[in-house]
Write a protein that binds this ligand. Sequence first.
Ligand code: ADP
Ligand code: MG
Length: 481
Amino acid sequence: MSANEKAIEAVIGLEVHCQLSTDSKIFATSSTAAGEVPNSLTDPVTLGLPGCLPVLNKKVVEYAIKLGLATHCSIQRESIFARKHYLYPDLPKGYQISQYEKPICLGGNITVRLKEGIKNIGITRIHLEEDAGKSSHVDGEAVSVVDLNRAGVPLVEIVSEPDMRTSEEAGAYMRLLRQTVRYLDISDGNMEEGSLRCDANVSVRYEGSEKFGTKVEVKNINSFRFVEKAIDYEIERQSAMLRNGEEIIQETRLWDEAKGKTRSMRSKEFAEDYRYFPDPDLLPLIVDNDWIDSVKNTLPELPDQVYQRFKSMYGLDDYNADVLTQESLVARYYDQAVSVHGNAGALANWIGTELFGRLNKEGMTIENCPVSPENLADLVHLIGQNVISGKIAKKVFDEMFSSGARPAAIIEQQGLQQITDESAIMAIVQQVLDANPQQLEAYRSGKDKMFGFFVGQIMKLSEGKANPQIVNTLLKQKLDE
Ligand code: ADP
Ligand code: MG
């Protein structure tokens, strides 16, 4: 087999930065709020003024422990903050405080669900660090400006093992990380707004080869879709080079979303030497067993646990279990709704279609959903009890969404109760047959299709309220007379 025919496989490892949603910064008291007036959220520590000392925010450590436990890492009893030096206007001190040789979490993994099944992806380490400020260029002017509000915002960096082989796996890994930090309530996990940032390390090799190829690091990926697109582009580019016998050089590339391409930013020769050393202003971070245990006790049920529980407890299929566990608030909503009258399957469908459809349309989320889980449970229950039909229920749902009212009240007020009284329905059947002698004639002479026509007319006359099963039975009875 020639080199050109041999299959090529990609190797991918991700470095993900995640902003932790504490109120104040990692080593200072100023606020971490986003969208404020530039440089309004600073303080002497954030500005790097001489003579002031960083003080570690305890909450940040707690969040990192949470994430470490949720990703099966071992939490280190001692970790060290180091100075990572580089000169850039967004970093007033001239160094970033980060963890280098001794990070807080080591050796974990998470399990992603793929089309072909599940896959374990190793996590090498999770370390704490501070974010830098944000520099931007002023259009049409030869100046850059810097906003230090973001400087000192706490970050965790989650470094994966080179365990992924396709962009699909990388996308699934990113989505699971986002879901996990949101379940843990330690970050909003928003990629578009930069709370979650991903650098993708990609290399290629001939399948069956033991050795990894030279890796390229792709930066500037700021949406879930681009994670996959950037990696696919890079795999294509490197595969072509490998087949052509070209040497792949170790470099950092930038994803250019407008062009749909990566381009070189700097090669290894120009890689910076950060002159790391332990920060003399900060003590080693000591985490004892009691602290770890107390954090363990506050861990919520995690995405995969809820997914498995929904399948076993409520009998949901993979699809519905997945949809209802994407967000912990949705999962809680569903749990609450089912706890009222059961109806697990019907509620799953109502939430996945009607509720989400309407929320999306209104640009709302479950957080400000006007329909309470109890009210939705009542609505679905009323369908099951034949008080209203599924069709009328959609009308009631619309009303519930606008007014937040209880379904029973809406049904009562608007007289939407289903008609199940046989004599009342029979009267309507008779009325429709009387009004349509030609169609009746046609039916009698063998045009079976007319049955549907009559059902339609009866439902119309009853304003959709006649019970469809009873209509069918009585109509058949009448026509067969
Ligand atoms: P560096 O020393 O350049 O930071 P690391 O070994 O620390 O490299 O790895 C950084 C990231 O790159 C990790 O996520 C790791 O899984 C990934 N990685 C390492 N080697 C490769 C490779 N050959 N191909 C793809 N990804 C890799
Ligand atoms: Mg490294």
